[in-house]
Design a protein around this ligand. Structure first.
Ligand code: NI
Length: 172
């Protein structure tokens, strides 16, 4: 059964290390993908990288706009187009959001839970989540990419009735 794992927060040094490539997609990687999915949905968030739960491997999950969940092993950005600027949060930075510029459309290549190579094209929110998780695997946090430090604020300061939902959707 998948397990909800504790999520490390920003001061943890593991979040600043570059995660290692997976050499073989086996049952331990499948379990890791299942735990990442369970933990992301529980949080709730839009994505989660393995090093956020203390596993230093290049594995992440992303929840798409259409609720589809992508589990990727050794993900790589192979194409990016356009730009979007918007508020973004991080499950390792609970309670905080900031403005980050990302590509509007990305293509990510990686292996699925069966070791098969796949390519995922995404736009908007989902593309933002992919870029956020790929950054995590390189030890980069969204706070490194703020358009300005002045945009970093508490979730409570965001205006709008659906702010909690919006922030959950934008956190990975
Ligand atoms: Ni994050």
């Amino acid at each position: 059964m998948p397990v909800v794992r504790p999520i490390l927060t920003f001061e943890h040094p593991a979040l600043r290390e570059k995660a290692k490539k997976v050499t073989r997609v086996d049952v331990s990687i499948q379990r890791l993908l299942d735990d990442l999915t369970e933990t992301m949905l529980d949080a709730p968030g839009a994505g989660l990288a393995a090093n956020q739960i203390g596993v230093p491997l290049r594995v992440c999950v992303v929840k798409g706009d259409d609720k589809q969940i992508w589990g990727l092993v050794n993900p790589e950005l192979v194409k990016k187009e356009g730009a979007q600027v918007g508020y973004e949060g991080c499950l390792s930075y609970p309670g905080w959001v900031g403005e980050v510029e990302r590509a509007e459309t990305v293509v990510v290549k990686g292996r699925n839970r069966h070791g098969k190579e796949i390519r995922v094209k995404s736009t908007g929110f989902t593309a933002r989540a992919f870029q956020h998780e790929l950054d995590h695997l390189d030890g980069i946090l969204f706070t490194d990419r703020l358009t300005s430090l002045d945009t970093l604020r508490r979730v409570e300061e965001l205006i709008g009735e659906d702010k909690e939902e919006a922030v959950a959707a934008a956190s990975g």
